[in-house]
Design a protein around this ligand. Structure first.
Ligand code: NAP
Length: 301
């Protein structure tokens, strides 16, 4: 099991061991490495055999979450609209994590009936669902409110808000019985509105409000609720925003080292692998060089 957060310590260990003067420091580091590795493997152990349902797993953050959970020994239910991409992911998961069970299916979260039917079709060996990652989401366009395309507005609202609510409504009843953890992928756009992003920002503000209300409602139940709010992550997100315009999408990350999908998946795995009494409410995460939704330091050379 890879312990990613302790690797830097491991790298430092070898040169330190070569110096006599550093023996004590090396021993301390070796001890902390082992402690870190033990803590990490305990965390991974908590995810072993858990059933994790991920929406929007055909690319980006959802795909990375599926890989991370499978590496931790969880069983994964992967869903999205594009079946071909999901099948590629399924093949990879089976090859890389052969002990994990994988259930794959096409799902458009904007249709409540489809969500119900999909959940009903999950094989019993992958039930009950322990962890729901509400990740499916998108932004369409970068327009002033006056110019917002009504269809784009409907799609963002239907996917980012209603789709998330449908998934929670479908899975929450069984989680109330068996326990569970809901992770909503929000955004810095859900904290800081920006020009030409009104509808997307509104949908992510809604995700923030829904997550907080839900945590209050579930306070006396065995269900935890977490929101993870990324800044810039390089995925297909900007390509979708700009309707397939690769150059426009690339420009979003120009002069900055954006987050990658694995960075967010690491946080999802971290949040869901805490001890029973620990509930991570939310996390806001930026790439270094981004400080707010709109303030970024970009290299010019
Ligand atoms: N990338 C960023 O900078 C960033 C920053 C903050 C928050 N986020 C949030 O992170 C989440 C994941 O985005 P990403 O960055 O990983 O982008 P992405 O690579 O475009 O992934 C989006 C996923 O959502 C799925 N999806 C879209 N509409 C759907 C629908 N109606 N039903 C089911 N699945 C649907 C897509 O799959 P199909 O097209 O196959 O359905 C895809 O798998 C989103 O909620 C996004 O708002 C992203």
């Amino acid at each position: 099991m890879p312990p990613p957060i302790v690797r830097p310590t491991a790298y430092r260990l070898t040169p330190l061991l070569q110096s006599k003067a550093s023996t004590t420091a090396a021993a301390v580091i070796a001890f902390s490495y082992l402690q870190g590795a033990r803590a990490m493997s305990t965390a991974y152990h908590r995810l072993h055999g858990k059933n994790v349902f991920i929406t929007g797993a055909s690319s980006g953050i959802g795909w990375a979450c599926a890989e991370r959970f499978a590496q931790a020994g969880s069983n994964v239910i992967i869903s999205a609209r594009r079946l071909e991409q999901l099948q590629q992911l399924e093949t990879k998961l089976i090859a890389d994590s052969p002990t994990s069970l994988v259930h794959t299916g096409q799902l458009d979260v904007t249709c409540k009936e489809s969500v119900d039917t999909f959940v009903a079709s999950i094989p019993s060996k992958l039930k009950p669902i322990d962890i729901l990652v509400c990740n499916a989401g998108l932004v369409l366009g970068l327009d002033k409110l006056l110019d917002v395309n009504p269809q784009h507005m409907d799609t963002m609202i239907d996917t980012n808000i209603k789709g998330l609510v449908y998934c929670i409504q479908t899975l929450l009843p069984q989680m109330l019985q068996a326990g569970g953890h809901i992770v909503n992928i929000g955004s810095i756009a859900g904290r800081e509105p920006y020009a030409k992003g009104s509808i997307y920002c509104a949908t992510k503000h809604a995700v923030h409000a829904i997550t907080q209300s839900l945590r209050c409602e579930l306070i006396d139940t065995p269900v935890k609720v977490t929101e993870i709010c990324p800044g810039m992550v390089e995925t297909e997100f900007s390509k979708v925003r700009f309707h397939g315009d690769e150059l426009a999408a690339k420009n979003v990350y120009k002069g900055i080292d954006p987050l990658v999908a694995d960075d967010i998946a690491d946080l999802v795995v971290f949040a869901t692998s805490r001890p029973k009494h620990v509930e991570i409410a939310d996390m806001v995460v930026f790439p270094h060089g981004q400080a707010t939704a709109t303030l970024s330091h970009r290299r010019t050379a």
